[in-house]
Design a binder for this molecule. Sequence first.
Ligand SMILES: [Ca+2]
Ligand SMILES: [Ca+2]
Ligand SMILES: [Ca+2]
Ligand SMILES: [Zn+2]
Length: 219
Amino acid sequence: MVTMTYFKRRAGRAVLGAVLALGAVGGLAPGAQANDFGYPSGCCSFADNGQHWYNDDSLESRTKSAFRYAMGNLDAQSVMSDAYDASPNASTDVEAYDAYYVDTWDLDWDGSTTGYNLYGYAKCVKAIAPTPSEDDWRCDQYEVRFDLRDVDGFSTDQRRALACHEVGHTVGLSHSTESSSCLRTGAHTTVKYSAHDVSHLYTRYGPRLSKPMSGGGAK
Ligand SMILES: [Ca+2]
Ligand SMILES: [Ca+2]
Ligand SMILES: [Ca+2]
Ligand SMILES: [Zn+2]
């Protein structure tokens, strides 16, 4: 019996600053709209642009498979254009890791203290502060981490759903109340984004992107 709950509660907070420590638990109020988008209206700052580079070299095969599946979905379902970055650097948009985490990022990975067992977590590790001409937080680099302690008990679709969920945070999507969205919480098997999620991504990234990525593009 799976007892817990949150794939991940919020992302992008540490780098965004101590001022946020008490507030903005992104958009989880019951009965709220399907999900908030961006930061601080939601949990997670936007990606820096519609071209989403990732590196997953350190993942185990099972988590890598799920992560690639999720990235493939994001690319196929939305205006985001995703590509593997063979030469990762500090501007690579998503770096993925897995381990049997205990207290990494000062999180309670098994929920023994908080009551929220974390399956994974997406965090902005290189935020781009708003400027006078652009009033949204963006993120140059997210890290996504998967807790193998949970993954050990997951089915293929649960792994894919978890990856879909965390990858969704890296493009600014908050938790969803829709059964059709992998951004909902819990050990579900929804492996794709909802139409609502996809429309969010279009409004943010669509006008800025000509898809597909053709051998380049800003990380
Ligand atoms: Ca855990
Ligand atoms: Ca970047
Ligand atoms: Ca990018
Ligand atoms: Zn989450």
